[in-house]
Design a protein. Structure first.
Length: 138
């Protein structure tokens, strides 16, 4: 299969994971499924499940010198990325690179929650950061 299977999750950058999780619980009945810290990415994340729709990934930086930290400094809290699940991430990366799509990751790398991930540059998608994921644990 070529292309996305569906939306896997919505990534939202926040300065305080616990406060954001409480807000989503109050507003839409979201429940924290599990969390993950990544020293390599400089982030802490919570995967929260919603009554309907894709998972929400709340992401907070360890500091300001990380991609999410810089995002929060420039733009404040909010929508960070949309993640699409694919069946064969390595093949999708090769296909997109061959098509001339500007990629942040030319090949899959380890992401949060045991997933393999690759990001497509926002300039290739009208200003939206897209993440392609091949799930592991989640």
């Amino acid at each position: 299969m070529q292309g996305a299977i569906g939306i896997h999750h919505l990534g939202i950058a926040v300065p305080d994971l616990e406060a954001a999780a409480e807000t989503y619980a109050l507003l839409i009945g979201a429940v924290v499924d599990h969390g993950h810290d990544s020293e390599a990415m400089g982030t802490r994340a919570l995967a929260i499940r919603t009554p309907a729709g894709p998972m929400i990934e709340l992401v907070a930086p360890f500091g300001t010198d990380t991609p999410v930290g810089r995002f929060l400094e420039r733009r404040g809290p909010g929508m960070h990325h949309v993640a699409y699940e694919v069946g064969d991430l390595a093949a999708e990366c090769r296909r997109l690179v061959a098509a001339g799509v500007e990629m942040i990751d030319l090949e899959p790398r380890q992401g949060l929650f045991g997933m393999q991930v690759a990001f497509i540059h926002p300039e290739a998608v009208g200003g939206v950061l897209l993440e392609l994921v091949q799930p592991g644990e989640v």
